[in-house]
Design a protein around this ligand. Structure first.
Ligand code: NAP
Length: 540
């Protein structure tokens, strides 16, 4: 089997892979992207479930690298629906002629590092073999859907879907009895839309989640023109602040306990519709139990006001701390439970035992469904990377190295795997920020880094083990006091049985993180081991 030689092999053609391709190609590298889907889009190619929508402002959930691109794509809504984001990414692919370097409908199976040649050999399920100096995993943080292994699942005779792997054909709910498992962001978005046409929707809820109204609305040209005038400032803020969202509020800068209950409730009420600004309203709701209780009570009151049936309202009240998990943004979620065709089934008290040919059996009940939708989440952050057989120096497998949890320096590279990069890998701010801001920061850092290697005849770059250890410890330490690092969310891998419980993203904020990355680059990558090709120097 002949190997195709490229400079850089990139896995994934979503926001990350597309930009990585463009950056490296623009400076003359020969880049090959491998993508499993039939088109570009990544997350937005696969996540086509009803109601799928971004929870970051459209004008910020898009690339900033091209002023022309930034101003030519007219976003119709404040928060984009999936079809609009996918259309945007296809537009980007066409505008920059990206598809000629993307091999679609192909999965990377193995990536093996050769210490002698300092090259990666990358194999695919289509039998192609590539040899590359740089190997970039641009595979996304939430790209491996997870369906619990329910007994008898294959016996179910109706339609069965996962939100993260929604079919490309039209799915009709008309006249159907639909069971939805899961009430995270995906379920909370899908349920109100499914309920509009289904005969009946039964929501099988284990843990209720905190959700606020997204406040989505159409945007017009006047709105966009105003953004264009302020874009530089918005983008600067996004790259230097904590959240990666340039238009995010600073909050009150005070403890919630500095306010009376009425005042605090008013502040929270007024912030509804301003997205994740809610998270930063007060300084102490992420770690202080009393502060947390005030926020919880605000939500309980909101749910009681919206939901007519007191029993359903009680079940919808989260039992966790507010900041244990990612806040969800919804459109009419709680009000959906006032519909006659929607019922809430508490599967925390009466767990799912098995699927049957006609539906689902719980410990004490049996439900008949024509369709079951699993909104059961993802094997987050490490799932896609671990699916590839990645073998580094000394024949070490990445999955073995990560047995007790992922170990990456800056979420970008892992010791023993030279010249392999991950875009928004574990240990980077990624999922705690606007993903597109984080992706651009990472891609640009990787591009500059590989340019530095090329310019200086450095053939292999490997993070020093002690630096990686320090970073992993730092990521854990700064999150430790916070509820988010103690709860049971996918941030910790807690949703995947057997997955080590490690808080995976870096909570120090995108701005401070970028500064650290820049300082390392400016120091000439002092925290890395470097192999230099001295042949050219000697010959000279
Ligand atoms: P998720 O937050 O992990 O939620 C999965 C849901 O499935 C939870 O309600 C979970 O219940 C339930 N579940 C899992 N196994 C179950 C079982 N055996 N029995 C009953 N219930 C079970 O997944 P997600 O909703 O797909 O969201 C994941 C992340 O994707 C989000 O946090 C967000 O970062 C991203 N996302 C973003 C958007 C957006 O931009 N708006 C939309 C969708 C997703 P428990 O809580 O009890 O485990």
């Amino acid at each position: 089997m002949s190997k195709k030689r490229v400079d850089s092999l990139v896995v994934g053609a979503g926001f990350s892979g597309m930009y990585m391709l463009l950056r490296m190609r623009n400076r003359g590298l020969n880049v090959q992207v491998i993508e499993a889907g039939t088109d570009v889009g990544g997350t937005w190619y696969w996540n086509r479930y009803p109601g799928a929508r971004c929870d970051v402002y459209s004008v910020e959930y898009c690339y900033s690298f091209s002023k022309e691109l930034q101003e030519e794509y007219k976003w119709p809504e404040r928060y984009s629906a999936q079809p609009d984001i996918l259309k945007y990414l296809k537009h980007v692919a066409d505008k920059f002629d990206l598809k000629k370097d993307i091999q679609f409908e192909t999965k990377v199976t193995d990536a093996i590092y050769d210490e002698n040649t300092e090259l990666w050999t990358v194999k695919t399920n289509t039998g192609d073999v590539y040899e590359a100096r740089y190997f970039v995993m641009a595979t996304g943080c939430l790209s491996v859907p997870r369906t619990p292994k329910f007994k008898g699942m294959e016996s179910f005779q109706g339609e069965l879907y996962h939100t993260g792997k929604w079919p490309h054909h039209e799915v009709s709910f008309e006249g159907k009895r639909v069971g939805v498992i899961g009430t995270g962001s995906s379920g909370i978005q899908a349920i109100p839309v499914i309920a509009e046409t289904a005969k009946h929707v039964s929501v099988l809820q284990r843990d209720p989640n905190f959700t606020i109204p997204a406040g989505n609305h159409n945007i017009d040209d006047a709105y966009l023109q105003d953004i264009y005038k302020r874009y530089d400032e918005i983008r600067y803020n996004a790259r230097t602040n904590y959240t990666g969202v340039g238009m995010s509020d600073n909050g009150t800068g005070k403890s919630i306990k500095d306010y009376s209950r009425e005042e605090a409730f008013k502040i929270m009420e007024e912030s509804l519709g301003r997205g994740f600004a809610f998270n930063t309203l007060f300084t102490d709701i992420g770690y202080d139990k009393e502060a947390d209780q005030i926020v919880r009570e605000f939500f309980f009151e909101m749910i009681d006001k919206i939901v007519n049936d007191p029993k359903t309202a009680a079940l919808l009240k989260p039992r966790t701390h507010f900041a244990d998990r990612r806040l969800c943004l919804d459109t009419n979620y709680f009000a959906t439970y006032n519909r006659d065709n929607v019922s809430l089934v508490d599967v925390s008290d009466d767990p799912i035992v098995e699927f049957t040919p006609t539906g689902i059996k719980t410990e004490n009940n049996e439900y008949e469904f024509d369709m079951i939708v699993c909104a059961t989440g993802y094997d987050a952050m490490t799932g896609a990377i671990s699916k590839v057989n990645i073998v580094g120096k000394g024949g070490e497998k990445l999955t073995d190295k990560w047995e007790a949890g992922p170990r990456m320096y800056l979420g970008l590279m892992s010791h023993g795997f030279p010249n392999m990069f991950a875009i928004t890998g574990p240990g980077s701010p990624s999922v705690l920020t606007n993903m597109v801001s984080s992706i651009e920061q990472h891609v640009e850092w990787v591009d500059e880094c590989t340019k530095y290697l090329d310019d200086n005849n450095i053939t292999a770059l490997n993070p020093k083990l002690e630096e990686e250890d320090k970073w992993v410890e730092h990521v854990t330490e700064i999150a430790k006091p916070l509820f988010i690092a103690q709860g049971g969310s996918w941030y910790l891998g807690a949703n995947v049985p057997g997955k080590p419980r490690v808080f995976m993203p870096y909570i120090g904020g995108l701005g401070p993180y970028s500064k650290i990355c820049d300082e390392i680059a400016n120091s000439g990558y002092q925290t890395f081991e470097k192999e230099q090709n001295t042949a050219d120097v000697e010959a000279a």
